[in-house]
Design a protein around this ligand. Structure first.
Ligand code: 5GP
Length: 218
């Protein structure tokens, strides 16, 4: 039985799982692990961005890399579920794939910042589960940014400064995880997902139909 339907008898609405964190808190590794776990059946929302591609990134896999002009067109067409400017670049979530996945009763994983999270919450709060990932220490955060070494020193300094602001927004999120040990953090996210999938409010109709069947049993 796939983990995605804790109970195969009960239909439910898909949910939007938003993982946010300051850069360097390990969110990318967590996301990769969650997506590789087929039993979770999570689909990644691939954002559109005007940021330049890093050498480790591929177009259409990590992001859809687009010009500012293309980005503005998507925005004007209302094709973005949310968008934000982060570190001087624009990022947005394409709407059609989200609608397609959720309507199948499957779940979508989002790697978006607090500005995007707020917009999605305004539009679809009932379908959203938010998790904030914290680094074990600021020292570790800096070390992770330095190790990545893909960004110039002034960019790293900007990201570190930004991290302090982002961390102070932890109260906006449903769950907060300290990513000291990746396996433990993954276990915690799996537990959150399992509980959220079982929530009555996500499967009100499905449970109603199941209960009706139960009560009509001879
Ligand atoms: P990076 O440039 O390091 O890949 O991402 C920088 C920040 O942009 C991260 O905090 C990430 O969560 C955020 N981000 C990525 N995609 C989106 C998006 O589609 N919408 C919003 N609001 N933020 C995004």
């Amino acid at each position: 039985m796939p983990f995605t339907s804790p109970n195969p008898h009960i239909r439910r609405r898909g949910l939007m799982l938003i993982l946010s964190s300051p850069s360097g808190a390990g969110k990318t590794t967590l996301t990769r692990n969650l997506l590789q776990d087929r039993t979770l059946d999570l689909t990644l929302s691939i954002s559109v961005t005007t940021r330049g591609r890093r050498t480790s990134e591929a177009d259409g896999v990590h992001y859809h890399f687009r010009t500012k002009q293309d980005f503005d067109r998507l925005r004007a067409q209302d094709d973005l579920l949310e968008w934000a400017e982060v570190h001087g670049n624009f990022y947005g979530t394409p709407r059609p794939p989200v609608e397609a996945v959720l309507s199948q009763g499957r779940d979508m994983l989002f790697d978006i910042d607090y500005q995007g999270t707020q917009q999605v919450l305004k539009k679809a709060a009932k379908d959203v589960v938010t998790i904030f990932i914290l680094p074990p220490s600021m020292k570790e955060l800096q070390a992770r940014l330095d190790r990545r070494a893909e960004d110039a020193p002034d960019v790293i300094a900007k990201r570190l400064d930004n991290a302090r602001h982002e961390i102070s927004r932890w109260t906006m999120y449903d769950y907060v995880i300290v990513n000291e040990d990746i396996q433990r953090a993954l276990e915690e996210i799996r537990a959150i997902l399992m509980a959220e999938r079982l929530k009555r409010s996500r499967a009100e109709q499905g449970i109603g139909a199941f209960v009706k069947g139960l009560l009509e049993e001879e």
